[in-house]
Ligand binder design. Sequence first.
Ligand code: ZN
Length: 341
Amino acid sequence: MLIVVVKNALNKHIPPYYHPENPLRINILLQAIEKLSISADFWVDRFDEKEAMKIASRVHAKSYVDYILDNCKKDFYELDPDTYVTSNTCELALETLYYSYKLANTINDIFMVLGRPPGHHAGLVGRAMGAPTNGFCIFNNAAASVLGFRDRGFRRIAIIDFDAHHGNGTMEIFYKEKILHIDIHQDPSTLYPFTGYPTDVGEGDGYGYKANFVLRPKTTDESLTHITTFIETLISSYTPEALVISAGFDGYKNDGLTDLALTSSSFYILGSNIKRFGLPTAIVLEGGYSTGLEHGFKAFVEGLQGIERVYTIYRDSPETLNMNLSNAKKVYELVLSHISS
Ligand SMILES: [Zn+2]
């Protein structure tokens, strides 16, 4: 497994006031990497700006890319109440996007791009599927990885997004395409971006290829453990040639921005499953702000590496478990019938 840390994520795109999306996030990940005694590669300016711009314009509408580039000329600008840009945001966002593309285009193993800002809320023109803001995101890194895999000839690519918020930008970009997108997130009636209901299953050719698994506030590991068995079957039925993972750790208990209460066992199981699929896999960093980056990320990497660990699977209340799984089962059955047909 290759772990690429976008080094500029430590010193660019810095908010002038407290904002949860800041460089300290990467520092927390580096501490976790040190504890795991694994190595990470630090990449600095190993990117081709021209090519990065082209990738951005394939992922997003040209008008949106121009709008972002214009605002990056200012010292500081708020695109919306959640999302800021500074004079060096574009360099970092393009770099993260570029590596997410380039590695998918060349690496056969599992790789991880630890960069900033996150991307899964950024849709074709920014705010996606009626969301109120860009949710800290500038360019969609997961979508760039999909393009990277496609450009080397892969046709069947599956996306798994386990950030606690719905990956509305990614879903919007591929909503009408036959690309399997599985998204596990907190019930959108209770959390930004307020999109990604179980009934949203794609449109046109994409109908039946989008699985939104929603979790009630306070959900812990038991529900997620069950849902991962649905995911395993969906992935093996779809037989993808490559995987793109939007890895968000903000569903970890007390991470700060969501009401989920997942613990290390959830992230360990997710990592173990991804390893078992044995496919070229792009993992891009989405959210995670404190405990999730410290503990959830560590357990996720242990799972990815096949390290034996026994983490407690905390139980959900019967009502929460029942609600989560009855929604999940309906989505699972509908999507399974489409991807297998
Ligand atoms: Zn999130």
